[in-house]
Design a protein around this ligand. Structure first.
Ligand SMILES: Nc1ncnc2c1ncn2[C@@H]1O[C@H](COP(=O)(O)OP(=O)(O)OP(=O)(O)O)[C@@H](O)[C@H]1O
Ligand SMILES: [Mg+2]
Length: 388
């Protein structure tokens, strides 16, 4: 008699930790760089998730995944924090471009209004927001650029730099007027572009002599523009300010008007216009904040790692921020320290470069508002149109 035994076979997948296949470890100025070959089934994401753990295991300050290609990732380890002391000179680095600080990779970080036209800068009090404005004043003052300030903290922030500012608004009514003027400027620049059949002021077909001067608008504490002590009497004014600011954000890029907006909180609680405005401010700088909500508002639904990094910013290192620039990735950055006195001195030194508001608005007719249909005609400048 034959006995047939039936045996059921099962395959079970077992995960086995396998040592990473490290390439050559190469020293860098701040630590070392190493490439790692991925095992089958691994993705760069598997490494991105455990960078913190790696930093602890390797006993270094931080590990970053700097690049990858199929089957391989490159990691860079930094032995100590390069942001402990930031001592790069503030440099104006080409038209509308200012080196404002250092990334934790050890490379300089520049705010480049040509590449990213509008910036949102949030942070708790004493986190370093005004310092960044000082850096920009020092960097932009020597350039052929007009500066405009909105400072509803009674002018305490920007009055010292008034010599280099073409206009400064310290009351909401003044703000509404100044914003209307800016829209007037946009409309006249629109007409200019139409006449030369170009879509933005940087287009090479626009003769150099006709190219209008770029304007950088600095807003300190944006909440002051939106908050109402008495909704009844102020509602209209606030609505006008909100719509105009939004229009400038939508159209500014094509017509050489750039925004840098600061605030401790820039949430929807300030009114419906704020969310739309925030969406236009694609450059993000998130200093130390007191609540997760604000970090989320600034960094959006980026990588959760960006929010964790924002939460870890120490009050002992003011000026440190998480930034999102042109390529959409986040970095840790610390601005170079520029005192109010230094910024004031730069404003005074280059006061002679300040165009008058009358000159800037000359030819700009009555402001009115811009129709949506008018906006469609104009596009954001192509990168190749931008001056180098
Ligand atoms: N990058 C930096 N390096 C060193 N110190 C800095 C840096 N940035 C800011 N500080 C210092 O931190 C302090 C607070 O900075 P700042 O005034 O810019 O904060 P803020 O965010 O504008 O605060 P507030 O909301 O109260 O206006 C200042 O004394 C400033 O000198
Ligand atoms: Mg400040």
């Amino acid at each position: 008699m034959t006995l047939i035994l039936k045996q059921k076979r099962r395959i079970r997948r077992v995960e086995v930790e396998r040592a990473p296949r490290l390439g050559l470890i190469r020293p860098t100025k701040l630590g070392f760089r190493v490439s790692v070959r991925l095992h089958d089934g691994q993705t760069p994401e598997d490494y991105a998730r455990v960078l913190d753990k790696l930093a602890h295991a390797w006993k270094v300050h931080s590990v970053r995944l700097v690049s990858w290609r199929p089957g391989k990732v490159t990691l860079v380890a930094t032995l100590s924090d390069p942001l402990d002391r930031v001592s790069i000179p503030v440099l104006s680095d080409g038209l509308l471009r200012v080196r404002v600080g250092l990334l934790d990779t050890g490379t300089p970080f520049a705010i480049d209004f040509r590449a990213v036209p509008h910036w949102l800068n949030v942070g708790a009090t004493q986190s370093g927001k005004s310092n960044l404005a000082n850096v920009l004043i020092v960097g932009l003052a020597p350039q052929p650029v007009a500066l405009v300030g909105f400072d509803l903290k009674g002018g305490v922030e920007f009055t010292p730099y008034q010599a280099r500012m073409s206009a400064l608004a310290t009351e909401r009514a003044e703000c509404a007027e100044l914003l209307a003027d800016l829209i007037g400027i946009i409309k006249s620049r629109m007409a200019l572009c139409r006449a030369h059949r170009v879509k933005n002021i940087w287009h090479p077909r626009l003769p150099e002599s006709a190219r209008p001067m770029p304007i950088v608008v600095l807003v300190d504490e944006v909440a002051e523009l939106f908050l109402m002590a008495d909704p009844k009497s102020e509602k209209e004014e606030v609505a006008a300010v909100a719509t105009r600011l939004l229009r400038i954000a939508q159209l500014g890029r094509a017509f050489g008007i750039y925004l840098k907006i600061c605030g401790q909180r820039v949430g929807s609680d300030l009114g419906p216009g704020v969310t739309a405005l925030r969406a236009q401010l694609t450059g993000r700088i998130c200093h130390m904040v007191n609540d997760d909500e604000t970090a989320k508002m600034a960094l959006g639904d980026m990588d959760a790692g960006a929010l964790v990094a924002a939460r870890q910013i120490s009050p002992a290192m003011p000026g440190t921020a998480i930034v999102i620039g042109s390529e959409g990735r986040w970095h840790r950055m610390r601005s170079v320290h520029v005192t109010e006195e230094q910024a004031e001195a730069a404003a005074a030194e280059y006061a002679h470069l300040t165009p008058s508001w009358a000159d800037l608005t000359r030819g700009a007719g009555s402001a009115g508002d811009v129709d949506d249909s008018e906006m469609d005609e104009f596009t954001i400048p192509d990168l190749e149109d931008l001056p180098v």
